[in-house]
Write a protein that binds this ligand. Structure first.
Ligand SMILES: Nc1ncnc2c1ncn2[C@@H]1O[C@H](COP(=O)(O)OP(=O)(O)O)[C@@H](O)[C@H]1O
Ligand SMILES: O=C(O)[C@@H](COP(=O)(O)O)OP(=O)(O)O
Length: 309
C-alpha cells in the first residue's frame, strides 16, 4: 500500500489514511444528504492538502469538520456530528429495534448500522437459536415454536392464548438479549439488537432506564401493506410467504400488542412505510436520547470539541 501521498489521521492508538468515504458517512449520520456529505468530505480533504498537512489528530480533524459545517451554515448538522463522534468514539450504545415479524426490523437495523458505522447487528432469532441449545424442549416448549405458533404448546390456557404463547416464547430469548446488552455495556461495544422478541413490558426496567440503551418499536398500521412485506421477503429469502400469511392474524395481534406495550413503557413507535423516512425518524430519536446522555454527563459543546477520541 502506497501511503506516501495520503494524509494520515492519528487516533489515540492507531493511524489510518484519510478516507473521504468514512468522513462522508459520519456526515450522513448527522443528517446530511449523501451527495452533500461527499462534497464536504472532499472539500475538507482538499483544504488539508492545500495546507500541506500530512498528519492530523482525530480530535483536530473533528474540530475542523465542526467549524467547516458552521461556516457553511449547517449549525444543526455540526452539533449532531459532534454528538455522534463523542458517543460512537467512546461510549457504548445499544439500540433495540422491536416489531412483529415482517414489519422491517432487520432491514431498518442494518440501514441504521451502516449509517452510524455500528459494526454489530444481532437478530433475536439468532439469540433464540442459542437459547434452544441450552434450554430443552421439555423445559420450555414455546421456545421451540415461532412467535405466532407458540400458543399451540401452552400448558395452560388462561387469557389470550396467542399473546400468552408469544410472551412465553419470548421470555427465554429476552434473557439472552439482556446478557448481550450487559456484555456490550461492560465491554464498551455498541450493538443493534432487532426482532420480534423485544417485548417492552418483559424487558427489565433497568435496561429501559439506562441512558445508553435506546429502544424503538416499529409497526405497520395498514394490514395489506404488512401482508405485502411477506410477499417481498418470500421472493428473496427461503422463508415461505405462505407460512406467515397462514398465521397473519396472530402476527397482527402481536403487532398491536407490541405497539400497546411500547406506549405503556413510553417507547417511541415508528411506522415503517418508506425505508429512508423510517431511518431518519429513528436517527432523530436516537440523537435526542444521546443528547440526554451527554447532558447527564454534564458535557458542553466546548468540552466535546476538546475531548480527544
Ligand atoms: N420500508 C420498507 N419498504 C418496503 N419494503 C420494506 C420496508 N422495510 C422492509 N421491507 C421489506 O419487507 C420485508 C420484511 O422485512 P424484514 O426486515 O425482513 O422484517 P422483519 O425483520 O421485521 O421480519 C423484506 O423483504 C424487506 O426488504
Ligand atoms: O418467530 C417469528 O416470529 C420469526 C421471527 O423472525 P422475523 O420474521 O422477525 O425475522 O421467526 P420464524 O420462527 O418464523 O423463523
Amino acid at each position: 500500500m502506497n501511503l506516501q501521498n495520503d494524509i494520515i489521521v492519528r487516533g489515540k492508538s492507531y493511524e489510518m489514511p484519510f478516507s473521504k468515504g468514512i468522513l462522508a458517512r459520519s456526515l450522513t449520520a448527522a443528517g446530511l444528504k449523501p451527495s452533500i456529505a461527499y462534497r464536504i468530505a472532499w472539500d475538507i480533504y482538499e483544504m488539508l492538502k492545500k495546507e500541506n498537512i500530512r498528519v492530523i489528530d482525530k480530535a483536530d480533524l473533528r474540530r475542523r469538520v465542526y467549524y467547516y459545517l458552521i461556516s457553511k451554515n449547517y449549525d444543526e448538522v455540526a452539533k449532531k456530528y459532534l454528538l455522534w463522534r463523542m458517543v460512537l468514539g467512546r461510549r457504548p450504545i445499544v439500540i433495540l429495534i422491536g416489531g412483529a415479524s415482517g414489519v422491517g426490523t432487520s432491514t431498518i437495523a442494518f440501514e441504521i448500522a451502516s449509517r452510524l458505522g455500528i459494526p454489530s447487528v444481532i437478530g433475536t432469532d439468532s439469540i433464540r437459536e442459542v437459547m434452544r441449545k441450552v434450554i430443552s424442549r421439555e423445559l420450555i416448549p414455546t421456545l421451540y415454536e415461532s412467535s405466532y405458533t407458540a400458543w399451540k404448546v401452552l400448558r395452560d390456557d388462561e387469557g389470550n392464548k396467542y399473546i400468552k404463547g408469544f410472551e412465553r416464547h419470548s421470555e427465554a430469548v429476552l434473557t439472552g438479549v439482556e446478557g448481550v446488552i450487559d456484555r456490550c455495556l461492560v465491554e464498551g461495544q455498541s450493538v443493534i439488537i432487532e426482532g420480534t422478541h423485544l417485548i417492552p413490558t418483559l424487558l427489565k426496567d433497568k435496561y429501559l432506564e439506562n441512558s445508553h440503551v435506546v429502544f424503538i418499536m416499529l409497526t405497520i398500521y395498514n394490514e395489506e401493506l404488512h401482508k405485502m412485506r411477506f410477499y417481498a421477503r418470500g421472493r428473496v429469502s427461503s422463508r415461505p410467504t405462505e407460512r406467515y400469511l397462514k398465521h397473519f392474524k396472530i402476527i397482527r395481534m402481536i403487532n398491536d400488542y407490541m405497539v400497546e406495550t411500547a406506549k405503556k413503557k413510553g417507547i417511541p413507535v415508528v411506522e415503517n412505510i418508506k425505508i429512508s423516512e423510517t431511518v431518519d425518524k429513528c436517527l432523530n430519536i436516537i440523537t435526542e436520547r444521546l443528547k440526554t446522555m451527554i447532558e447527564l454527563e454534564g458535557l458542553s459543546e466546548e468540552d466535546m470539541l476538546e475531548e480527544g477520541i
